[in-house]
Structures are given as structure tokens and as C-alpha cells.
Write a protein that binds this ligand. Structure first.
Ligand code: F6R
Length: 588
């Protein structure tokens, strides 16, 4: 969603803020803004677009000072316009704020403040925070009291940072992340550790309703009653170098190419933690797997292999549906929540609900300090480094690798994942070698209106994942369909304008898939087969290497990632920053 950042220290604040926003831009990229405080004056500059686009109009050279706040927006309330971009002042330029989340009672607060004489300029819910702070600040000028009073009135989810004319910055959070970065002679207040990792690895994770005030290079944390609270410093360890695009044109392409190394590294996670995780799974009576988007597709594959190899039955559920699905959760239930960011609101909500019903929580995350990891009884990290491209690519492969490792432990090594790893790495490299062929296939699909991806059994999850990649990166209507379901309805959609991709490596489902392909072909559609074996029914054939059938998902997803990437380019879309999306979806 939105990213927020605050800094007070010795450095030139404007460029520090812009660098931090660039690193967190995956969270939202509709518009950008910063506010700096200099000689008792708060100056705001903002514009529509991505950080790189608006860098010039921010005119950083004219924004001196060592204290400030910044924001990249993912619109929830109000269009993508200049006036809705953050930061927002109150009625005067004495206070400015940046906010991430949704203030649910903003209408009521706005009416009340308008009645008291405040004038609003934006359509956002966020602007009420600036006016509320202003209301409580005027007269008493006591920042601690001001923030406490304002936070007591806010309902909904929020993380905000406010800048005051006297050079103080402060912030608070409720169900949105807010993390302090401690540097020599200063502090950051940020949505994500990426906002300050270039400067420090010392982080303080704020709890819900904590209030942080940074004045004169000192940082104080209070609860809502004004009592000082003690929050530990955590050392965060992420390789910053991984944030560069390197020789690649986009983060997405770089992340696609990182996948062989990720599989190579998989399973080297802390063995004791895997043991603890597996013990909790084995002691469960009912097991649920929850996730959203790509992480849900990993859950589908986990369900399949848990049942087949570890003989453990699990339900895989889209996290936003979880709350409607089950009333019978109790202290014998275990939830495995899968989430790259560990901050997805739908996932957190389902996990919290299950927790109140007594369930134990396990999680698979990429960020071991995320909210999800921190509320879990046991959490494992996929450890694939920051994923900047908004579409999940390498995190999916890393999730699958960790799931194979876990299931292997649960079935006493029956998958032999470790022994197969080197071979899988080679197979992934071979698929990457088909990039030029897939690029030209993507060019041929430039004008496709509808694409269907068909798969059976474990490959159905890949059909869904492939469709999600093409939808989000190339904005083409694409549906993943269980091959057996074709004749129950979807076949009516197929005609000579349709493109059908068939995920069909050799296994027990492949003969049936070929039969389905002939039915599709009889309706005039063009068929692109993704398989280790050619077949006459395919108009176009993308060859993938033969591997042990359980491991095909990790191999066969790559052609879809590459296809989605090049189709995005063919359609002039930015694959790193698809329209209307954000990497970390922290609102419901
Ligand atoms: C798809 C994609 C999204 C995420 C989903 C869950 O490419 O990126 O569908 O998979 O928003 O995000 P996490 O895994 O962070 O919970």
C-alpha cells in the first residue's frame, strides 16, 4: 500500500527521503511527496507519478533541512490527483502528515472538524489526521498530548508520521507497520525496514497504538496513556545489494533469473526451526493453509503434496474467505499462513481470528520481522531477499522449495528434495534458456483478447498462477482452468480467436490433457503446449526438461513468468509496477 517515512538527524533530509521512498516504492506508486522542516517552516512538494518521474518537480535542491517526512501513495480514498497526494497540511503549514491505511471514521471526524472551522482540500481520509493534530496542538503546543488525543479519536488501520513546525516528528500505528531505524545522531520512522536499511540495521518494531516522538535527536515511545514503553532493538539482516536491477532492464526479469540460485539455497534454513514447525503440524487435528494471490497458489500445491506424501489432510483457503468458511477451529487446529510480505491484511485478519479461537499459527514469510512472523507460534523464512517487482516470481519458487523441504521432513525424506536440488537447478537454467523463444511467442500474443491456461492435478495451481501473472503484468484477460472442467462450461468460450496454454508435463494426467487439447483444437483455438514432450496437437511447443513429477510446479511456472513479462513489454506496460496494484496489500 502506501509507504511512509520520516527522518530526523544530521543528513540532508530531502535526498534521504527520496532514496528511502525509491526503496519502498513497491508498496504504492500513484504519487510521491515529501515535506521538510527548515527554520520553523514546513515545505511540501508532491506530484503524481513514480519517484523517478517526479524527482525533478520535487526540486530537492530547494528543500533544505535535516528533518522531514515522505510518502508514496496507493490510492484508496480519492483519485490519483495532486491534491490527494501526501503529505497533507492542516489548515496552516505548521503540521504535515503522511499516512498509510484507512481511517474508518474519517467522515464523522471531517464533519466535526469542518463544523469547528477547518477547511479540507483533499478527498482523502488521511487529511483528517493533520486537522485533528492541529486542533489539539493549537493553544497547548504539547506534542505528546496532541498525538495521544488525536490517536484516541482514530478508528480503522493506520500508520502515520507527522512533522511539526518546531522540528519534531512523531508517529503512531494500528494494524499497519511502523518501524523505527536508529542511526548515529538520528532516527527514521518507516513503513518497512527497506526505508532505512541503507543507513542502519538497528530496528525497533512498534506495537499497535505505540506513539513515537523524535525531538532533538532523541526518540521516546509511549503508550496511549502517556506511559513510556520499552521496545527492544532488533538487528535486521537483508542484503541491500539485491535491491539493484543489476544488468537487467527490470526487477521482475532479474528476480525471474534469480530462481536457480534460490532453489540451490533452499532447505539450508535453520533445521531446528523446521523441526519445531513440523512438530506443530504433526500434532494438529485440523490443518488449514491460508494465503492470497500467488501465496494461495503455493498453499494449493502444499495441500496436494502434504496429502500425497505426508498423508496429512489440509484445507487450502484464500485468506479473505477464511473467516466465512469455518466455525470449528479450536486449540487442536493449526493454520499455516503463507505470505511473501507477511503484512497482507487479509492473511493477518484470518490468522488473528483463528488465534482467538485457540488455533496455533505457523507461517512461511519472506520477511522474518514482519507482522505475520511476529504473531506466529513458529515462522520459517523463505529467505529469497527483497522482491521488488510487484508480481511475485522468485518468492513463489522459494515458497515451493521450503514447502518441499517441510513435506520431506514430514514424510521422512520420501521426496528426496535435497538430492534432486542440483538437477532442478539445472532444469531451471534450461527453462531460462527458452527466454528468446518465449519473447517471440509474447509478441505473437500482443493482440490476444482472451487467454486460457489449462492444467490438471498439481498443475492446476500453476494454471492459476500463470493466469494471475499475465493478468497483472500484461492486463490481458486470462483464466486458469482445471482441464477436467472444460466440458462443464468453459468450452463454450473457446473459438478461433482463443489462445490456450496447456501445462502438460509427462505424468499420470498427461494423456487426459492431450484429449482435452484435441477438443479445444476442434473449436479452432491455438494451443501452446508446455511439456517435456512434443505433441502434434500443439501449435507451439515450449519445452521444459523432465524432472520427478512432484517437482514440476517449480519448473513449469517459469515459462508463464517470462511470457507475462514480455507480454507486458509488448503492450507497453511497466512489468515492475503494474497499474492499480501494490506489493504489500495492507488494507482489507
Ligand atoms: C501476484 C502477487 C499477489 C500477492 C498477494 C499476496 O503476483 O504478487 O497476488 O501474491 O497480494 O501477497 P503476500 O504473499 O505478500 O501475502
Amino acid at each position: 500500500m502506501c509507504s511512509i517515512i520520516g527522518y530526523k538527524g544530521r543528513l540532508n533530509v530531502a535526498s534521504v527521503l527520496v532514496d528511502s521512498l525509491k526503496r519502498m516504492e513497491y508498496r504504492g506508486y500513484d504519487s510521491v511527496g515529501i515535506a521538510t522542516i527548515n527554520n520553523g517552516k514546513i515545505l511540501i512538494k508532491k506530484d503524481i507519478g513514480k519517484v523517478a518521474d517526479v524527482n525533478k518537480s520535487l526540486d530537492l535542491g530547494r528543500m533544505p533541512g535535516h528533518t522531514g517526512i515522505g510518502h508514496t501513495r496507493w490510492a484508496t480514498h480519492g483519485d490519483v490527483t495532486y491534491k490527494n497526494a501526501h503529505p497533507h497540511y492542516g489548515c496552516t503549514d505548521r503540521i504535515a502528515i503522511v499516512h498509510n491505511g484507512i481511517i474508518e471514521n474519517y467522515k464523522e471526524l471531517r464533519e466535526e472538524l469542518i463544523f469547528l472551522g477547518h477547511t479540507f482540500v483533499s478527498d482523502t481520509d488521511s487529511e483528517v489526521i493533520a486537522h485533528l493534530l492541529e486542533r489539539h496542538y493549537s493553544g497547548q503546543k504539547n506534542i505528546k498530548k496532541t498525538v495521544i488525543e488525536a490517536c484516541r479519536r482514530l478508528k480503522g488501520t493506520y500508520a502515520f508520521v507527522a512533522a511539526f513546525e518546531d522540528g519534531t516528528i512523531c508517529g503512531s500505528r494500528y494494524d499497519e507497520p511502523l518501524i523505527i531505524g536508529s542511526v548515529n545522531n538520528g532516527y527514521f520512522i518507516s513503513s518497512d525496514v527497506l526505508g532505512f536499511l541503507e543507513y542502519t540495521d538497528k530496528a525497533i518494531f512498534l506495537d499497535n497504538r505505540d506513539i513515537v516522538i523524535v525531538d532533538s535527536e532523541t526518540c521516546h515511545i509511549f503508550d496511549l496513556d502517556g506511559n513510556i514503553v520499552d521496545r527492544a532493538i532488533t538487528k535486521v539482516a537483508w542484503e541491500l545489494a539485491a535491491i539493484d536491477k543489476g544488468k537487467y532492464a527490470h526487477h521482475t526479469l532479474k528476480e525471474i533469473h534469480e530462481q536457480p540460485n534460490i532453489v540451490q539455497k533452499a532447505g539450508t534454513q535453520n533445521l531446528e526451526k523446521i523441526e519445531e514447525f513440523c512438530n506443530i503440524v504433526m500434532n494438529s487435528k485440523t490443518l488449514f493453509l491460508v494465503g492470497s494471490g500467488t501465496s494461495y497458489h503455493s498453499a494449493l500445491i502444499a495441500k496436494h503434496i502434504l496429502s500425497k506424501f505426508a498423508k496429512i489432510r489440509a484445507e487450502a483457503i484464500i485468506s479473505s474467505e477464511f473467516q466465512f468458511a469455518f466455525d470449528d477451529i479450536d486449540n487442536t487446529s493449526v493454520i499455516i499462513a503463507i505470505s511473501q510480505s507477511g503484512e497482507t491484511a487479509d492473511v493477518l485478519q484470518s490468522v488473528k481470528a483463528a488465534k482467538t479461537m485457540g488455533a496455533r499459527i505457523l507461517s512461511i514469510v519472506n520477511n522474518p520481522t514482519s507482522s505475520l512472523a511476529r504473531i506466529s507460534d513458529s515462522s520459517l523464512s523463505i529467505d529469497c531477499g527483497p522482491e521488488i517487482g510487484v508480481a511475485a516470481t522468485k518468492s513463489f519458487t522459494a515458497q515451493l522449495s521450503l514447502i518441499y523441504t517441510i513435506v520431506d521432513r514430514l514424510c521422512n525424506g520420501c521426496l528426496d528434495f535435497e538430492a534432486n536440488k542440483a538437477f532442478l537447478v539445472g532444469a531451471l537454467r534450461q527453462v531460462l534458456d527458452t527466454e528468446i523463444q518465449i519473447h517471440s511467442i509474447a509478441e505473437g500474443l500482443r493482440d490476444a483478447r482472451d487467454i486460457y491456461i489449462i492444467g490438471r492435478s498439481i498443475h492446476y495451481a500453476i494454471a492459476l498462477e500463470g493466469a494471475l501473472k499475465i493478468k497483472e503484468l500484461a492486463y490481458v484477460h486470462t483464466e486458469g482452468i482445471a482441464a477436467g472442467e472444460l466440458k462443464h462450461g468453459p468450452l463454450a468460450l473457446i473459438d478461433r480467436n482463443s489462445y490456450v496454454l496447456l501445462v502438460n508435463p509427462t505424468d499420470m494426467a498427461s494423456e487426459d490433457n492431450i484429449a482435452s487439447a484435441y477438443e479445444i483444437k476442434a473449436r479452432g483455438a491455438k494451443i501452446i503446449g508446455i511439456s517435456d514432450r512434443p505433441n502434434n496437437v500443439y501449435d507451439i511447443f515450449i519445452k521444459i526438461p523432465s524432472v520427478k513429477s512432484t517437482f514440476y510446479p517449480i519448473i513449469e511456472v517459469l515459462p508463464f513468468q517470462i511470457l507475462a513479462y514480455y507480454l507486458a513489454l509488448a503492450k507497453d506496460a511497466d512489468p515492475d509496477y503494474p497499474r492499480n496494484l501494490a506489493k504489500s496489500v495492507t488494507v482489507k
